[in-house]
Design a protein around this ligand. Structure first.
Ligand code: NAD
Length: 457
């Protein structure tokens, strides 16, 4: 746990103004990039140890992802830091107006275990780009990756600027948040813990970004390209053994295409992961016994139409598709967050929307259809964070698309410029010349109502 005196030192360092200049921010981001690249092999080994990620998967979803976010920041930071000139309304003429971008101060970033590097260090890079001091709290459940991150931070950055903390979140985070008023808390993790963090932050009116989970539906319409839908759903649902916040949680398939989709998904699973997924280079493992045991309780809740084999000693659960799952089953209440995919058929859109509505504000939503009209209908019918048409999960890899949830799936967003905005305060300024100071704006007001109505309308 962080020594509270250390947090006070960080605040002093921030207040010294050292982190504010463009040159400082660029130099630190380059240092972060260099340190990351020097540790590519160490990170890939650690991610294999924690989650059995191949170097290729680790590059796409962790190291390479982070690198491309840092490169995007390095390319655009100058433009993002500039004040935005905005128009001025008639009432305030001849003033000028602009918005300054100011760092928030000393911020706390809390990460989960499923993408332990990317989900802690992408917000870190953003907070650095925006000129903040940063306290990092890594998940205790991906210890190999946390060890490399800790070494990397401590070797490269002074503790007054970036402080790495770890340990049991339920102890460490309240201890820090109750003793020190952070200027922002950026939390990624479960909705349940998100509520706890939100409450602690509210105590001191600390602004938050909450990147939470939920049950993300995936709809396959009667006119979808089934072969492509199967490949894209299988790819993201079983990547990282289903432990992905934006993985399709369940599939709602039009009744006329259910058999075809099931057949195509089973073929695809075999192509991607073979009949021995436990030995597949492309297939990960469950993070720990607790998660493994939780996932296993879902298997009796329906008919397993593919998969279901498992081995606790290897934390292996085969890519699994389930049919005949009751809407009252726990499987349809919890966020699954593992390699189990319920396949549910629907005949009418209303029927499908009823199921989706049981879990308000999913983080993601996916619609597979070849009809633009249907695409539009679905996208407007469901309130969700972000999503894809004829694809799944890849929206979060485009830095031009802000990423985040709404309501139950989170508050605020990041990626690309939105990351910089997330860790900056937008300070609105009006500048008014003194050479023009009409008395009409000052008392006495009597008789000026008509004029005011003309100016303010
Ligand atoms: P988690 O909520 O258990 O833990 C996240 C972090 O919170 C960890 O660092 C942990 O130490 C800390 N923590 C745990 N208990 C705490 C407490 N009582 N008070 C304060 N902090 C505490 O989440 P997880 O299991 O690591 O991650 C899985 C969840 O995260 C899933 O729900 C998933 O959907 C979600 N998630 C969301 C995103 C996103 O970008 N929206 C990304 C990844 C994961």
């Amino acid at each position: 746990m962080a020594d509270i005196n250390q947090l006070v030192l960080m605040r002093r360092y921030f207040e010294s103004g050292a982190t504010r200049s463009y040159s400082f921010r660029i130099a630190q981001l380059k240092k972060l990039r260099k340190a990351l690249m020097e540790r590519e092999a160490a990170f890939h080994a650690a991610l294999y140890q924690d989650l059995k990620k191949s170097p290729e998967e680790a590059w796409v979803t962790e190291t390479g992802f982070l690198l491309s976010e840092i490169n995007f920041m390095l390319k655009h930071l100058k433009e993002w830091m500039q004040a935005d000139q905005v128009p001025t309304n008639l009432l305030n003429m001849p003033s000028s107006s602009f918005v300054l971008k100011e760092p928030l101060g000393t911020v706390l970033i809390i990460g989960p275990w499923n993408y332990p590097l990317q989900l802690l260090f992408t917000p870190l890079a953003a907070a650095m780009a925006a000129g903040n001091c940063v306290v990092l709290k890594a998940s205790e459940f991906a210890p190999a990756t946390a060890a490399v991150m800790k070494e990397m931070i401590e070797q490269n950055f002074a503790a007054d600027y970036i402080l790495f903390t770890e340990g049991d979140g339920a102890t460490v985070i309240p201890a820090m948040m109750n003793a020190f008023t952070f200027d922002h808390v950026f939390y990624t993790g479960s909705t349940a813990v998100g509520k706890i963090v939100y409450k602690m932050a509210a105590e001191n009116l600390v602004p938050v970004t909450l990147e939470l989970g939920g049950k993300s539906p995936c709809v396959v319409e009667s006119d979808a390209n089934i072969k492509v839908a199967a490949r894209r759903i299988v790819m993201t649902k079983f990547s990282n053994a289903g432990q992905m916040c934006v993985a399709p949680d369940y599939v709602l398939v039009h009744a006329s295409k259910k058999d075809a989709l099931l057949k195509a998904m089973i073929e695809t699973i075999q192509q991607f992961f073979s009949l021995q997924a436990e030995d597949s280079y492309n297939y990960g493992k469950i993070i720990n016994e607790k998660q493994f045991d939780r996932l296993l309780t879902y298997l009796p809740e329906g008919k397993i139409v593919w998969g279901g084999r498992n081995d606790r000693s290897k934390l292996f659960i085969e890519p699994t598709i389930m049919d005949q799952v009751s809407m009252d089953a726990q499987l349809m209440k919890d966020e699954i967050f593992g390699p189990i995919l319920p396949l549910i058929s629907f005949s009418t859109k209303a029927e499908a929307l009823n199921i989706i509505a049981k879990h308000k504000n999913p983080l993601a939503f996916y619609i597979f259809t070849s009809s633009t009209a249907k695409e539009k209908e679905w996208l407007s019918a469901v309130p969700f964070g972000g999503g894809c048409v004829n694809n799944a999960s890849w929206h979060l890899t485009n830095p031009h698309l802000p990423f985040g949830g709404r309501g139950y799936s989170g508050t605020g967003g990041y990626h690309g410029k939105k990351s910089f905005d997330c860790f900056s305060h937008q300070k609105s300024i009006m500048k008014t010349p003194t050479w023009f100071d009409p008395s009409i704006k000052y008392p006495p007001f009597k008789g000026k109502l008509k004029l005011f109505k003309w100016v303010i309308r």
